[in-house]
Design a protein around this ligand. Structure first.
Ligand SMILES: Nc1ncnc2c1ncn2[C@@H]1O[C@H](COP(=O)(O)OP(=O)(O)OP(=O)(O)O)[C@@H](O)[C@H]1O
Length: 493
């Protein structure tokens, strides 16, 4: 088992210094190298009950486990539902990650949570050994465009996404959009609708994450007057409203398990029956879904139905976090400034120092944060020049929303009057919520880490979340040692 000592491994390759405390950690088994192109790889089972099985795959993310949702499905009973994943798209190399399996993942005999691997590596899980091999290098078609609908990007990662979207938009295929919060999933769904023959028909959004359980079924299916307390009139559900057009199921991973068969029935039969009615109504709807969660892992853990997963993910599109597409930062910043100029009739520009600051920021996942920072800076700028101080980056405690929670007095004040800074009320709901949640998380984890001397195991126990989840949250917020170090490395390159 690996631990966090920063000694070189026996093969002379150093471990990554990415952890704040002892325990299992990320390990480099070979020096990281750069890959932007997707590769076709082969996984061959060399030991265990499935010996001899092999697959060739050309996907950016490959999973292995006992559930049918995986690319390589094993019958080994000591293997978890979704046990491990291999990611080819990481610009630093090919990443093997254990998906919180029960019995763990071993690489060259060492238990790992996350490691860079190279072709020729043997991965062990349960009683099974898998040989990881490279098949042909394959050319990934990149779009010649730097946008798709309102979604902008010039990086290879985004051009790859645009090439897929251009192909699937005109079809009726169900599309599952993955990616961290604020990476543009809703924008993809809208663009798919706008570029399809359904563009003139409705685009309906159903946010499964904010639907109260007791209203969720009626929101999907509709209801007849009097069918339950509060059903004061006849109402169509989301499918009927989207008839002829597109239904976007946002945060579909939050859909309660007991409702999932009902959704699946509508998708399979293409008809809905409102609550309290016997009549069935035909619907013609294209469904696009999105989630920031790992749905395959949820299927493996019994939290999401396998059949619904397959029905929704005929095509999957994963949006890369902004930190993996630094080429897009200034392009997006300038787009947001153009939008600002159109609305406000003023066209502030970033000066060179402000551009450098933007490129330095770790941007844990999120285009929304960039957009907020640019809009705020455009409002604050003098003489149409945006300077670093206007961006309020790298010193987030200075931001108005954070100030609310910055001192005990202010926190107490906010509890009594429940008021927030004016600029929050001026933002659309999603943006406002993300600023507040972001500031809350930052303040919470800052205090937690100080209290536990940066010991992740103690911090996660205190917070009542897994160590893995805490580490992912810290990375997203740019508060984890590894993300700060990475930003510094990129700066010096
Ligand atoms: N590639 C992009 N080009 C232009 N604007 C973008 C891009 N990506 C995201 N945005 C903007 O960032 C904000 C967040 O995007 P969006 O709501 O689509 O993200 P999301 O992934 O659906 O977020 P969430 O998971 O929180 O619902 C929006 O204001 C959107 O216009």
């Amino acid at each position: 088992m690996s631990n966090s000592t920063k000694e070189p491994l026996s093969n002379g390759v150093p471990q990554i210094d990415d952890d704040l405390d002892p325990g299992m950690t990320t390990t480099f088994f070979s020096a990281p190298h750069r890959h932007t192109q997707l590769r076709r790889v082969m996984l061959r089972v060399t030991a265990g009950p499935d010996q001899g099985a092999q697959i060739q795959v050309a996907r950016p993310r490959i999973t292995v486990g006992r559930s049918a949702v995986n690319d390589l499905v094993l019958t080994d009973t000591s293997v978890s539902g979704t046990h491990l994943q291999i990611t080819l798209g990481d610009k630093r190399g090919i990443v093997l990650r254990d998906l919180e399996s029960t019995n763990g993942t071993l690489l060259q005999g060492l238990r790992v949570r996350e490691a860079y691997i190279e072709p020729g590596a043997t991965i062990s899980l349960g009683k099974t050994d898998i040989l990881f091999l490279s098949a042909d290098e394959i050319e990934v078609p990149l779009s010649g465009q730097d946008h798709f609908g309102a979604l902008w990007g010039a990086s290879p990662a985004m051009r790859e996404v645009f090439a897929i979207l251009e192909k699937v938009a005109p079809t009726d295929m169900s599309v599952m959009i993955g990616g961290q919060t604020g990476t543009g999933k809703e924008l993809v769904a809208r663009a798919l609708h706008d570029e399809s023959s359904r563009a003139e028909a409705p685009f309906v959004v159903l946010d499964c994450g904010s639907l109260p359980r007791e209203l969720a079924e009626a929101a999907i299916l509709g209801h007849k007057k009097g069918s339950f307390t509060g059903a004061i009139g006849d109402r169509p559900g989301a499918f009927e409203e989207a008839d002829g057009g597109t239904l976007f199921l946002d945060e579909v991973g939050e859909l309660p398990l007991d409702l999932q068969p009902k959704l699946l029935r509508v998708l399979d039969r293409r008809e809905v029956q409102r609550i309290g009615e016997s009549q069935v109504r035909k619907v013609n709807v294209r469904v696009v879904a999105a989630t920031h969660r790992d749905l395959r892992q949820m299927v493996g853990q019994g939290q999401f139905r396998e059949d619904l997963y397959f029905r929704l993910s005929v095509m999957t599109v994963d949006l890369p976090p902004l930190r993996d597409r630094a080429d897009d930062i200034l392009l997006l910043a300038n787009k947001f400034l153009e939008d600002f100029a159109r609305v406000h009739g003023r066209a502030p520009q970033l000066n060179d120092d402000a551009k450098a600051i933007l490129l330095d920021e770790p941007w844990p996942g999120n285009v929304r944060q960039l957009k907020n920072a640019i809009e705020r800076a455009a409002h604050l700028s003098h003489n149409l020049v945006i300077e670093p101080a206007d961006l309020h980056l790298g010193r987030r405690e200075g931001r108005p929303a954070a100030k609310k929670f910055g001192s005990e007095d202010e926190a107490a004040a906010s509890q009594t009057d429940g008021e927030l800074p004016e600029e929050i009320y001026a933002m659309p709901f999603k943006e406002a919520k993300s600023v507040i949640v972001d500031d809350f998380e930052r303040a919470y984890f800052k205090r937690l880490l100080a209290k536990t001397d940066n010991n992740l195991s103690r911090a996660s126990a205190e917070a009542g979340i897994t160590r893995y989840y805490l580490r992912e949250l810290l990375k997203r917020l740019g508060m984890h040692k590894s993300s700060k170090k990475k930003a510094a490395t990129e700066k010096s390159e």
